[in-house]
Design a protein around this ligand. Structure first.
Ligand code: V0V
Ligand code: CO
Length: 158
């Protein structure tokens, strides 16, 4: 069922029922805003010099062909991303766009498998059939931007 055809009173697959019967939203917090940059050092310098932000974590995620720097903003992160190889989807995205910009939004979820199943049950395309490892020990799954208001969404379980 698409968002536009759901009516008040219909069961809402975007919330989870707990055993006690109450409901809670699937997305609990913004985990990170990912900004793709051609040069990670320049991206970090920009955030440090302009906003005084500091890098809390760095990691190469080989499976995605990216290197990241995480800068904390309150309970969330800015994830600066740069490709580590020419066939990385982030390299393709930067080429197509012609420069840096917001690449995806990571939302925290309590249970990635449960949230992913909910999205799949609603008929939306996903990029990971099963949750998989993300950076800093998280479990993640991506939703196709063409089925998510043009935004690449990452479900993140800490
Ligand atoms: C592509 N499109 C996007 C997009 N990337 N739209 C919004 N945001 C994006 N980031 C659009 C693109 O303009 C096309 O639209 C269409 O989707 C198909 O794109 P494409 O250029 O043909 O590219 P694909 O299909 O080769 O790859 C796009 C997808 C790919 C989204 C499928 O990037 C992917 O699988 N991403 C998931 C993994 C990922 O992004 N890893 C890097 C971060 P038109 O032109 O047809 O209208 S890793 C990470 O963040 C981690 C590990 C972490 O946080 O822990
Ligand atoms: Co991410």
């Amino acid at each position: 069922m698409s968002i536009s055809t759901r009516r008040p009173g219909d069961e809402d697959p975007g919330v989870q029922s707990t055993q006690s019967g109450d409901t809670r939203p699937l997305l609990t917090e913004i985990d990170h805003i990912a900004i793709a940059v051609p040069d990670l050092g320049e991206g970090i310098d920009y955030y440090r010099e302009t906003f005084g932000a500091t890098v809390e974590h760095r990691e190469v995620v080989e499976s995605d062909g990216v290197e990241e720097a995480l800068l904390r903003v309150a309970e969330s992160y800015v994830q600066l991303l740069t490709p580590t190889r020419p066939d990385s989807t982030v390299a393709k995205w930067l080429d197509k766009r012609g420069g840096p910009g917001i690449h995806h939004v990571g939302y925290r979820v309590a249970d990635c498998a449960e949230a992913l199943d909910s999205v799949k049950r609603q008929g939306f395309r996903v990029l990971d059939e099963q949750p998989r490892p993300g950076s800093r020990g998280t479990t993640v799954a991506f939703i196709h931007p063409k089925d998510a208001l043009g935004t690449l969404i990452e479900l993140v379980q800490e």
